[in-house]
Design a protein around this ligand. Sequence first.
Ligand SMILES: C=CC1=C(C)c2cc3[nH]c(cc4nc(cc5[nH]c(cc1n2)c(C)c5CCC(=O)O)C(CCC(=O)O)=C4C)c(C)c3C=C
Ligand code: FE2
Ligand code: FE2
Length: 326
Amino acid sequence: MSSGKVGVLLVNLGTPDAPDARSVRRYLKEFLSDRRVVEIPALAWQPILRGVILNTRPKRSARAYAEVWTDAGSPLAAITAAQTAALQERLGAGVQVAYAMRYGRPAIGAALQALMDDGCERILLAPLYPQYSAATTATVVDKAADTLRTMRWQPAMRTLPPYHDDPVYIDALAADIGAQIDALDFAPEVLVLSFHGMPERTLLLGDPYHCHCRKTARLLEAALRRPDLRIETAFQSRFGRAKWLEPATETLLAEEARNGTRRLAIAAPGFAADCLETLEELGIRGRAQFEGAGGERFAALACLNAGAPGMDMLETIVRRELAGWV
Ligand SMILES: C=CC1=C(C)c2cc3[nH]c(cc4nc(cc5[nH]c(cc1n2)c(C)c5CCC(=O)O)C(CCC(=O)O)=C4C)c(C)c3C=C
Ligand SMILES: [Fe+2]
Ligand SMILES: [Fe+2]
């Protein structure tokens, strides 16, 4: 390292390299072997993972990925790259912005090393998860620490705190979701806020994720200022047999329709970027669940992605953490 440059490393979850069973298998093997994600002793879990899940799920998930894949690749990868370019533009040449994925590529270790090779002696690690959970935020920090452990000359590091209740985040969501609702050709009766689920056990063990989601939802409802819109919170993407946080999004969508709701919009405030879980699980399967139970109008709203409200928010919270460094 020759000069004292500052780096920012945006990190999201990761995604397969291609929408085929082989690539999805490789990705799922790394993801679901993370002890922060599946908290079952490896001796019990690995035979189930290798013997059952990795023989069945990749094919099914690859079909789902194929439905949302774009010319620029997986939506999650393409949008994270766009967010990185937009943040670089905003922060200027004095700060180097890069991105990494916790699973798959670009790997966190390689991205950290590349920033250091470019002369960054101070690096802000920014997991793009508004709500903290051990399965997301903590495992990003663990992975960065694994790399630091191998370095003789380490950079100075800071981490972006969770921003679930940050007024800048809440206001960006309210502005973006409000504008999307106004642009619909129908007036929804209900807005569902769908967060990624977690095993309920993690809440009992003290993970703040559930509380963070509930707080985001409460603050967002207040900021939206739409007394005519009923707002419901739910948790999606259930995996495995254990009890997960409730209510489950798919159950809620069907119940809403059965109970008479005809027009519904759904947003996913916990996802920084649209991905399989929003585009396919909500946008395709969620619509089928709602309409199949009698719903008539359905809209899955976009995440903040690289749009102006989201980028203004990201620039503000990143600049705040860079105070004293730039
Ligand atoms: C034990 C299983 C899982 C836990 C716990 C979990 C937590 C969790 N995940 C996200 C964000 C994302 N998850 C995504 C995909 C995805 N998640 C799981 C399982 C768990 N997630 C699986 C098996 C998959 C892969 C797809 C599939 O086979 O169904 C994604 C999308 C990735 C993409 O490529 O688009 C995101 C994003 C959070 C925020 C979270 C805990 C808070
Ligand atoms: Fe997930
Ligand atoms: Fe899913």
